[in-house]
Design a protein around this ligand. Sequence first.
Ligand SMILES: [Zn+2]
Length: 269
Amino acid sequence: MRFGYRVRRYDLREPLVEKLVCNGFAHLEWDWRWSGDGYSPVPSVEELNYAKDICSQYGLSISIAGPNGISIAEKVVPLRKVSIGLWKEIYLASKFLEAKWLVLELGSAGFKSEDSAKKRERVSIAKDAIGDIIQNTEDGPLLLIENMRKLPEGSLKCYLGDDATDLLYCIDGLVDRCGLIFDTGHALIGENPEQCFNLLKSSIKAFHVHTNNRISDIHRALTREDISVNGDYWTSVINLIHLGVPAVLEIDSLSAALQTKQLITEYRS
Ligand SMILES: [Zn+2]
C-alpha cells in the first residue's frame, strides 16, 4: 500500500514532512489551490526548489493538485487560451518537480447537471485542451482528471466531470499520459457511488480518500461505521488500495487522517 497526504501550498514545511515520514506516508500531494491572493498559480522557482529538495531529502514522492478556477473548458475562446497557457506552465512546473501526477479538475458550467448534451460539449472542449497540454511537453507526469460531486437537483450550475461516462470520454485516446484520480467523497455525493466506481475502475491511477454525509463535501475521516453503511463501495475502493493504487488522504487533521490510514491498512473484506 502506498499512502500520501494532501498538503496545502503554504503549509509545506520541514516539521510536517518529517511527521509524515515518521507516520509511514510515502507520498505527498502538494495542493496549489487558488488562495485568491492575485499572485501566479505557479509557485516561484525558489518555492519549487524548496519542495523538490525537501521531498528528495525525506524520500517522498510528490504529486500536484493543480489550482481550481482556471478552466480549460472555458466557453470564451480568448479566456480559454489564457487558461490553457497557465496549465501548460503548471504542467511544466510539475515535470520540473518530477511529480508522479498532476490533478486537474474540469471546472464548472452554468447549466444544470441533467443537461448532458451541453455538458458533453464542454467536456469535449476540455479533452482537446488536455491533448494540447500534454503534447506540448515530452515525458511529463500523468495528467489525472478528478471525478466531481453532483450538485443538488435544481442547481443552475454543475461540475464538468460529475458523470462517469464523460470522464471516460475525456481521457479516451490519451491513456498513456492521462488517467483518473478517484475522489471517494465526491462519488458519494451522487446517486450510485458503487456503479460510478465500477465504471471507472480500470482507469483509476490514484485515489483521493475522505468521506462525508453524502450531502456536503466535508472531507472527514473514514470510520468503521461508514464502511458498514456502504459496504460494497468501500470494500471495492479499499481492495484497489491494497493492490497498490496510491491513496492520498484529503483530510485536514493529520491525526484523523492517521486513523483512516490505519483502518484501511487493517481492513479485510
Ligand atoms: Zn479530491
